[in-house]
Write a new protein. Structure first.
Length: 217
């Protein structure tokens, strides 16, 4: 494992795993010796090994999506087949067909159109089921989050939610609706959210697995 050391005026030492899983990334105080850093890594080797396993697993799991070999739609995987001359993505059985030269654009448009239809309906259903409400709803693109809620209860949902299974989509919707009561992620917020979704913590943990989907398209 290679060792990447970045020194600064910071007071603490932190060690992580490189994005490719093949090295340690160290952020250390300017005067800290390399010997001390190596001893620190040795003492933390079990925790770091588990961290590395998670990174490698994530890379393996998401590679087919990042390479546009697969598309996840409502939590179901579809094989992507490229055919020249197609004007839009076509979903048929367990395959999605796209034009070879415009694959990414067509997949993006497919998800946007699907999300524009699915997300408002699911939001209305969640509101009726739990007696919740909002002022406005928009479907947009985010690179690092699934949704947002303003203090005026204007909800924005990421169109890439269409890639997730319905229970996770509903979790995000209710999560944002609960910000009408608490604009933070305090204990009171989680108590409110758990009132509507007793498995909220479990769903939140599962949702984090799919964060790389946000960076697609």
């Amino acid at each position: 494992m290679r060792l990447e050391i970045y020194r600064s005026k910071r007071r603490t030492l932190s060690v992580g795993i490189a994005p490719d899983g093949e090295g340690y990334v160290v952020r250390a105080p300017a005067g800290l010796s390399e010997e001390y850093i190596k001893d620190f890594i040795e003492n933390k080797k079990d925790a770091l090994a588990k961290m590395r396993e998670r990174i490698i697993h994530r890379q393996t799991f998401f590679a087919p999506y990042e390479n546009f070999e697969k598309l996840s739609f409502l939590g179901i995987d579809y094989q992507i087949v490229k055919q020249n001359g197609l004007k839009k993505a076509v979903l048929h059985e367990n395959t999605v067909y796209v034009d070879g030269k415009n694959a990414q654009k067509q997949l993006k448009n497919f998800l946007r159109l699907a999300a524009a239809e699915i997300l408002p309906k699911l939001t209305d259903e969640c509101c009726k089921k739990h007696s919740l409400g909002f002022r406005s709803l928009a479907v947009r693109s985010y690179k690092g989050k699934w949704g947002s809620c303003s203090k005026d209860i204007d909800i924005v949902l990421n169109y890439k939610l269409a890639m997730l299974e319905p229970p996770l989509i509903e979790y995000v919707i209710i999560h944002e609706l609960c910000h009408a009561f608490h604009m933070d992620h305090s204990k009171l917020f989680w108590l409110k959210l758990s009132k509507y979704l007793p498995e909220a913590r479990k769903l939140n943990k599962k949702l984090k697995i799919y964060t790389p989907f946000c960076r697609l398209f």
